[in-house]
Design a protein around this ligand. Structure first.
Ligand code: UDP
Ligand code: MG
Length: 319
């Protein structure tokens, strides 16, 4: 039986760590699946790291990675899969919103030979209206842009070693894990699951952080916004052609075109179109700048396995 590594990013989850570890360990032990749990503390400000160390002391299958600060969930997931030693790697939230029993179903599919098993949300669970709307809007754009249905996609996945290694070998810093597992291809299956309610602690996503997340990931995954800039320019050009013809005709018929208002409107319109386009282009440039710097994706300050400090083993910080 292949070993399963379960990656769980955790940011200010002191209330959930102990319980999640217990539930998962019991589940996997009962199913007789060899496993390890990799908990990545994404620079929490509470006692998450202490909780992870406690859990590790009780169960030698638990491994913990502690970031030097908050690097975000994508980095935490990446660090987790970089440290994972299993033949198959699962990624799930550590707030038990992704039902652990689904892991067994995924594992069975993996044994049948599937290499990428995607968790697909059956319902979006309890979320505020604003959250639902903004998430819905983001996923609609993402689906259009990437050609992958993102509406019900989640970060709950199981990947074969081959898929994991190909994701690890990607050089870019801004990774969008949710879409990447589709991008790599391989033999894919999906499993439906019901999003559970969070039992303790609170969601880390504010509406604003969702908007930022949307922009970052759209830019990380597609250059379509740049084509919108070109299209916008084309539209402006067509309008200007029509207006030119119109003004020339009026001129030769001896009427001057109404001047001030037209010019003012045109100027304001073109000015804002140019500035918005520059904003889009600027955003891509800033992302290129970030990539070019080749900063590590994350910095590990401590690592432990089964309660023992193994910081020296940390695989090179996200490179
Ligand atoms: N998370 C993280 N770093 C962050 C924000 C969140 O590692 O900066 C983790 C968090 O601990 C949880 C998962 O990502 O395990 C999903 O976060 P959350 O439950 O807040 O999101 P939601 O379920 O509300 O979408
Ligand atoms: Mg959650």
């Amino acid at each position: 039986m292949g070993m399963l590594s379960v990656i769980m990013p955790a940011y200010n989850e002191e209330l959930m760590i102990g319980k999640s570890c217990r539930v998962l360990a019991e589940l996997l032990e009962n199913a007789k699946i060899p496993y390890e749990l990799v908990l990545v503390d994404d620079g929490s400000g509470d006692h998450t790291w202490e909780e992870i160390k406690n859990a590790g002391r009780k169960n030698s299958h638990i491994m913990g990675v502690h970031f030097s600060r908050n690097f975000g969930k994508e980095s935490a997931v990446f660090a987790g899969i970089a440290q994972a030693g299993g033949d198959v790697v699962a990624v799930m939230d550590c707030d038990l919103q992704h039902p652990p029993e689904t892991l067994l179903e995924m594992y069975r599919l993996w044994e049948e030979g599937y290499e990428v098993i995607e968790g697909v949300k059956e319902s979006r669970g309890q979320e505020s209206l604003l959250h639902k709307k903004s998430a819905g809007f983001f996923y609609k754009i993402m689906s259009k842009a990437t050609g992958v249905d993102m509406q019900n996609a989640s970060d709950f996945k199981m990947l074969d070693r081959k898929a994991v290694d190909s994701i690890l070998s990607m050089p870019e810093r801004n990774l969008f894990f949710r879409a990447l597992s589709g991008w790599v291809g391989f033999r894919t299956a999906s499993v439906k699951f019901e999003v559970q309610e969070r039992q303790a602690g609170e969601s880390k996503w504010s509406a604003w952080s969702l908007v930022k997340y949307a922009f970052t990931n759209i830019v990380a995954f597609t250059t379509i916004p740049l084509q919108f800039v070109t299209l916008g320019g084309l539209a402006c050009f067509l309008i200007s052609l029509i207006l030119t013809v119109y003004s020339l005709v009026q001129y030769f018929r001896g009427h001057a075109v109404e001047g001030y208002t037209t010019i003012l409107i045109m100027l304001l319109f073109i000015g804002s179109a140019v500035m918005m386009s520059l904003g889009v282009i600027g955003y891509y440039i800033s992302k290129i700048y970030e990539e070019v710097k080749r900063r590590p994706r994350y910095l590990i300050s401590q690592m432990m396995r089964g309660g023992e400090d193994v910081s020296a083993e940390a695989k090179k910080d996200g490179n």
